[in-house]
Design a protein around this ligand. Structure first.
Ligand SMILES: Cc1cc2nc3c(=O)[nH]c(=O)nc-3n(C[C@H](O)[C@H](O)[C@H](O)COP(=O)(O)O)c2cc1C
Length: 333
């Protein structure tokens, strides 16, 4: 169960990714998951803007904490030329620093695939439905991260089962992202046929994540029904805990923003504006211990998360559960 195309592409022991999280991916968290046998993914804006490292130095810090493989998230939506140029540079630096696994989101991953394949690395592309999966496959992606309706961050519209059925014939390894909070969820995703899982929310509730204590406690306290989708942060629905602050703000984008997001010319501009605003807002609310402006992103996996647990223990527990499940003959389950 633990030897999958994902473990072979990445050189890891447990097919478990700690997904990129803006603003929660700090170097210590990324390194801890990789060191334990999974793979942590660097989120460049989180590394630099939220956690204050120069990009290359942040990668070198992670390298000092672990010599195991780490990955990098490349958000490749090209709505700003400046941002695109920055991303091209970040990918170059990551390759120079020895990163060989990339997770691309949005846009067309072709240029990332070409550069990464040239040095023997692999690229997995985030998708929420078949049309994006076909685009990723045609651009050269080596695997797909199937983001389902229970995911934290920008959730997709479909269940893990439906997405697997929709993508299984594409001939690429599929990774299940969304709703994995505890070891039995991990085992059932592998049983379904997934080559691994990508988790976000579970890894926020760890000592290595530098998010505030009030944010972590809110994840422990929340139930599945407390997760709502808000458009007010990035202009597209993002999964957040339904706190009194979120209730006061409402979940829908304002009418002007909605109109501009629909406009052919104005939508890129509006997305950029939202992007800048959300980068600032999410940084502040993830680190602020007062919990007053609580924009706390989390997925429906909160229902399986009941304690703050070191990342290494999570990886070990999940690995042991998969090994145990694999040793039980199918007929006696
Ligand atoms: C706080 C938070 C921030 C996230 N930020 C990003 C991001 O910057 N880029 C990205 O590709 N995915 C992002 N995601 C999605 C995760 O990488 C992962 O796919 C998702 O969390 C899986 O669902 P789960 O939270 O139920 O485990 C984020 C998720 C969370 C919870």
């Amino acid at each position: 169960m633990l030897d999958t195309p994902l473990t072979r592409h990445t050189g890891i022991e447990v097919p478990l990714i700690c997904g990129a999280m803006y603003p929660c991916s700090n170097p210590e968290l990324v390194a801890a998951v990789s060191d334990a046998g999974g793979i942590g993914i660097v989120q460049p804006i989180s590394l630099t803007y939220v956690h204050g490292h120069k990009f290359r130095e942040g990668l070198q810090l992670i390298r000092r904490l672990t010599d195991k493989p780490v990955g990098m998230n490349a958000l490749i939506e090209a709505s700003s030329r400046h941002y695109h140029e920055r991303m091209v540079e970040w990918v170059s630096v990551a390759l120079e620093e020895g990163i060989r696994f990339f997770v691309t989101s949005l846009g067309n991953p072709r240029w990332v695939c070409e550069r990464v394949h040239a040095v023997g690395g692999h690229v997995y592309h985030d998708v929420t439905e078949r049309k994006w999966a076909l685009k990723g496959r045609d651009a050269g992606a080596d695997g797909l991260i199937a983001v389902n309706a229970r995911a934290g961050g920008h959730a997709g519209p479909k269940s893990a089962e439906a997405l697997y059925a929709e993508l299984a014939d594409l001939g690429l390894p599929l990774v299940c992202a969304g709703g994995i909070g505890d070891a039995p969820d991990f085992v059932s995703a592998l049983r379904m046929g997934y080559a691994g899982v990508q988790m976000g929310t579970r890894f926020i509730a760890t000592p290595e994540c530098l998010a505030s204590a009030v944010y972590k406690q809110a994840i422990l306290d929340a139930e599945e029904a407390d997760i709502v989708l808000s458009e007010r942060i990035t202009g597209v629905p993002v999964a957040v805990i339904n706190t009194p602050y979120i209730q006061r703000m409402g979940l829908k984008a304002g009418w002007l923003a909605r109109r501009m997001l629909r406009g052919h010319k104005t939508k890129h501009w509006m997305r950029m504006l939202y992007g800048l605003k959300s980068i600032w807002q999410l940084k502040r609310s993830s680190l602020d211990e007062s919990g007053e402006k609580d924009y706390w992103q989390a997925g429906r996996s909160v229902s399986g998360i009941t304690s703050i647990e070191p990342s290494a223990e999570i990886v070990r527990r999940f690995r042991d559960a998969a090994l145990k499940a694999a040793s039980v003959p199918a007929g006696s389950r």
